[in-house]
Structures are given as structure tokens and as C-alpha cells.
Design a protein around this ligand. Structure first.
Ligand code: FAD
Length: 488
């Protein structure tokens, strides 16, 4: 067995029972009914249908799910939009004379919406093409193998031999915060009718950090409020701190160790935030991004005897099976790794295994992740803290430099790179990159880590000059060696 940075094992029990169970003749309306037309649900439905299963799917909002409609895709479009002002500024050092730029939020939202609608159509069309019967409406269990769907045409009932729950997650709002109804969540932020000149972003997770960067880049005065001492819990501490430092340098008001006491509408329409120390702050919008929870409410789970975990999640085994035979779950609703590619792989694996006689399990090791802040963070494998916990001797290779582009653009921003190596095996445990295009580079590093790349492999790789990525194969000196103290 190779090293698993997540420490997760995926023991594969026998696939045979699941295949035999699923492929016997069924007198139900559907062999499979999928609740939720997001990343995981759509993939599972389409692949199962292509394997010959009779599949139905219900979506209560818009096909495509969180990622396409109000997550990754629109967010990345806003990230692109937010980075242009810096490019305009930087272009001057290269001889461009850029007149003062103006920004049209309504135009951006309309363009973003057109793209989202196109993608939504593509998702629906692909389901139709595969022969999946689509329902528009909220679905819930009425009992084993029976579901109700509240469609615009009225309630419909269907029966299904097997059910896949792929309902994703939803933002959690602090209901005990006086005035919380004045705040928005990430669900609303993409379609604000008016661009907020002043915005408070509450929360230090990746969604909060990304939106603080987006609104700052688009020209808003941004205050980020976080109850903890540092943002991006679970990510490399040094990289998270560097993001905060850069945000402060750019003029984002970063307030750590602070919580909200109340929100009040002011006569001029603005929102007054009172913080726990009674200081106040007036803004045009408050975005609360303090967490998400699995979407398991109003699913009728009690009618089938399916109990959820502490966070409301549906607990599954490595084959996406719940404790109730014939009911499965994939994606964010299982609260494992809440990322689109994970939901898609889990949905695909479930469909291939259950309906295609092609058993496999989604591998959750070496998942590359990006924080689309500006600067962008890309990370794969272990961060420095995790490496120190898990390995006796860890060598840290660090690099920090201004890019070639910066020499003329004049930007003071630096690229930061970190490679963590198990000194006893020379194996690369993790890579952390902060700077332009980190997400693009880290995707490739993920493959290398998965293949067991060693520091020596990196050293022997010819650099590509001139690039920032070449520095990853030219770091020769150990910046720090962590030696774990023997247990007392
Ligand atoms: P979802 O995509 O959430 O789909 C679930 C669907 O089920 C929804 O469409 C919902 O309307 C529907 N539904 C729920 N209950 C019912 C019901 N009872 N009946 C019918 N339909 C129902 N991930 C990344 O990998 N990269 C990113 O950059 C990234 N950025 C993100 C940014 C934001 C702001 C957010 C909120 C999320 C982001 N994510 C990102 C996470 C990503 O969106 C999710 O991991 C992914 O969408 C999970 O897919 P899923 O299929 O589990 O659920």
C-alpha cells in the first residue's frame, strides 16, 4: 500500500452482491431514481441510463446544480472579471496606455447568466439524450421505493427499485443573529441587482476568501470578518497567512477574531453591522459564508428509516451504499470532500458499479484543490502541518520570488512555492503554490504525487525557461527540516 496523504483507506468489499441485486428484472417505474440534478446526480443518472437502466431524476431548482448555477462556474467567471483591473494597471509597464476603465456589473451578470443557462441546457439535453426521464421539482421519500415529486403541474408519485440521493449542500445562515434577514448567502451573491460599493464578507473559509478577492477586484470596499485567528482552516498555515497579508496590502480590511452582534437597516438603505465589541461598520451588502450543510431536510428520510450523521450528512460506505439497502448517496450530501470532481467521480463509479458491471471506487487521495483568491492558491497532498504530524523527518523546500512579468509591470506581489518531502523516502508529500496560474500547475502536480514522485525526479526534470513553474524543479536547498520528537 502506498502512502495516503488523507489517511483514508478505500477497502473494496465484494462488488458481486450489488451487481446481482441491481440487474434483476424490476416491476418498478424506474430501476434508479436520482434525487438532485447537480454534479453527482446528473453523472450517475446519465451513465446508469447508458448502461441500460431505466432512470428518472428530479431537480428542485435548476439542472447543473450548485457548481454550474451558483458555485464553481459563475464564481470563476467573477474571478476572471475581478482580475482585469490589475492587468490594466500592469500593462502600463509594458507600454500600454490604458484609459480609465469603467465596470458594468449588470452586463457581467447578464453575460454570466447567459453562460449558466447554456450549461443548464446542455446538462438537460445530455440527460434526455441518454434516455433519462427528467422531473422538475422537489422530491422526497414516501416510503421504501416510493417517492413524491412536487412539480409545477402538481404532485407526482413514482416507484423505483433503487434511489440515489445527490442533493448536495446548502448555505447555513446564523439564525440567531438579529437582522440576519438583511444578509445574503452565496446563493444570492451571483445575482445582486446593484453592485455593492461596500461589502462585508463574513467567514474565513474558501468561499469567503474568494468573494472578498472578487469584490475587491471589481472595485468594492471590502471588509472580511472572521471569528478565528486565521482564514482557510485545514490549508497550509503559512500560505493562508500570506493570503491575508496580500489582501491587507491591497486594501481589504481583514478583521480576525471578530464576530457579529447584530445587523440593522439604516435610513439611507445601508446595513449597519455591530461587532461583538460594539464597534460598527456601515455597508451596502453583508455576505455570510460561514458554512454549508448537507441538504437532507424535507427528504422524508424517516419514512425509509435512514438516519443522518451529526452534520446532517448521509453516511455511506466506499460503494456509496447507505445503511438502507437500495438507497445510495454521492457528493456533498455525504459530507466527505465537498468538491465537484469528487461528486462526479462518485456518481460515475456508482453507476458503473451498480449498472455497468464495471466496479470501481472513486479515489479520494491526492485531490488537487485551488482557492481562487488573487493571488491564487493551489495545493495537493499534505500541507506543512500535516506532513510534520505524519512523518518522522520532513524536508521543506521553499521559494519566494517576483515573476519576470513583475519586473516591468511593477507589481510587488510574489510567487510562493513549497514542496514537502519525506526525508526517509525522498517522496514528495505535498506541494503548495501561491501565485498566478497555481490551479493550472497543481493539477499536473497531482498526477505526479499520485505516481509517487520523488524530490530526485523533480531535480532531474529539465526546467522550462522562462516560467514560474521551472522553479519547482530547481529548488536545491532544504529551507527547514522538521524532526518529530519521539513520544515520551
Ligand atoms: P449539487 O451540485 O449541490 O447538486 C444538488 C442538487 O440537488 C441541487 O441542484 C439541488 O437543487 C437539488 N436538490 C436538493 N434537494 C432536492 C430534492 N429534495 N429534490 C430535488 N432536487 C433537490 N467545487 C469545486 O470543485 N471547485 C470550486 O471552485 C467550487 N466552488 C464553489 C463555490 C461556491 C460558492 C459553492 C457554494 C460551491 C463550490 N464548490 C466548488 C462545491 C461544488 O459546487 C459542490 O461540491 C458540487 O456542486 C457538489 O455536487 P453534488 O452533486 O453533490 O450537489
Amino acid at each position: 500500500m502506498t502512502l495516503s496523504p488523507t489517511g483514508r483507506l478505500t477497502p473494496v468489499r465484494s462488488f458481486l452482491p450489488i451487481i446481482l441485486h441491481s440487474m434483476t428484472q424490476s416491476s418498478f417505474d424506474f430501476d434508479l431514481f436520482v434525487i438532485g440534478g447537480g454534479s453527482g446526480g446528473v453523472r450517475a443518472a446519465r451513465i446508469a441510463a447508458q448502461h441500460g437502466a431505466r432512470v428518472g431524476i428530479a431537480e428542485g431548482f435548476r439542472y447543473g446544480g450548485t457548481c454550474v448555477i451558483r458555485g464553481c462556474v459563475p464564481k470563476k467567471l467573477l474571478v476572471y472579471a475581478s482580475r482585469f483591473p490589475q492587468s490594466f494597471e500592469e500593462s502600463r509597464g509594458f507600454g500600454w496606455n490604458v484609459p480609465a476603465a469603467t465596470f458594468d456589473w449588470e452586463k457581467l451578470v447578464a453575460a454570466k447568466n447567459a453562460e449558466i443557462t447554456r450549461l443548464e441546457g446542455a446538462y438537460s439535453a445530455n440527460l434526455d439524450k441518454a434516455g433519462v426521464k427528467r422531473f422538475a421539482g422537489h422530491a422526497r421519500f414516501l416510503g421504501p421505493n416510493r417517492l413524491a415529486i412536487d412539480t409545477p403541474e402538481g404532485r407526482q408519485e413514482v416507484t423505483a427499485k433503487e434511489v440515489l440521493i445527490a442533493t448536495g449542500g446548502e448555505p447555513v445562515m446564523p439564525e440567531d443573529l438579529p437582522g440576519v434577514e438583511l444578509a445574503i448567502s452565496s446563493n444570492e451573491v451571483f445575482d445582486l441587482p446593484v453592485f455593492p460599493k461596500r461589502i462585508a464578507v463574513v467567514g474565513g473559509g474558501y468561499i469567503g476568501v474568494e468573494f472578498a478577492g472578487i469584490f475587491h477586484g471589481l472595485g468594492a470596499k471590502v471588509t472580511q470578518i472572521h471569528r478565528g485567528p486565521r482564514v482557510l482552516r485545514g490549508f497550509d498555515v503559512q500560505m493562508a497567512d500570506l493570503i491575508v497579508e496580500t489582501y491587507r496590502d491591497k486594501g481589504i480590511d481583514m478583521r480576525m477574531n471578530t464576530t457579529l452582534k447584530r445587523l440593522d437597516r439604516q435610513p439611507d438603505g445601508s446595513i449597519r453591522i455591530t461587532l461583538h465589541d460594539d464597534s460598527t461598520l456601515d455597508v451596502d451588502q453583508v455576505l455570510i459564508a460561514t458554512g454549508r450543510r448537507p441538504a437532507t431536510r424535507n427528504l422524508g428520510l424517516e419514512t425509509v428509516g435512514l438516519e443522518t450523521g451529526k452534520a446532517g450528512e448521509i453516511r455511506v460506505d466506499e460503494l456509496s451504499r447507505t445503511q438502507v439497502p437500495g438507497i445510495y448517496a454521492v457528493g456533498d450530501v455525504t459530507n466527505q470532500v465537498s468538491l465537484t470532481p469528487v461528486a462526479i467521480r462518485q456518481g460515475h463509479a456508482f453507476a458503473d458499479t451498480t449498472y455497468g458491471k464495471k466496479p470501481w471506487v472513486a479515489d479520494l487521495d491526492f485531490i488537487p484543490t485551488a482557492i481562487f483568491s488573487t493571488p491564487e492558491l493551489g495545493t495537493v497532498g499534505l500541507n506543512e502541518e500535516q506532513a510534520m504530524e505524519r512523518c518522522a523527518v520532513v524536508d521543506v523546500y521553499r521559494n519566494s520570488f517576483r515573476t519576470l512579468k513583475a519586473t516591468l509591470s511593477g507589481t510587488q506581489e510574489r510567487v510562493h512555492q513549497k514542496i514537502l518531502v519525506d526525508a526517509s523516502t525522498d517522496r514528495v508529500l505535498g506541494v503548495q503554490l501561491l501565485g498566478p496560474d497555481s490551479a493550472e500547475v497543481i493539477q499536473v502536480m497531482a498526477t505526479l504525487l499520485r505516481m509517487g514522485v520523488t524530490k530526485r525526479d523533480l531535480d532531474q526534470t529539465m526546467p522550462l525557461h522562462p516560467s514560474s513553474a521551472e522553479e519547482l524543479v530547481t529548488m536545491r536547498t532544504v529551507a527547514q527540516r522538521h524532526i518529530r520528537k519521539p513520544a515520551q
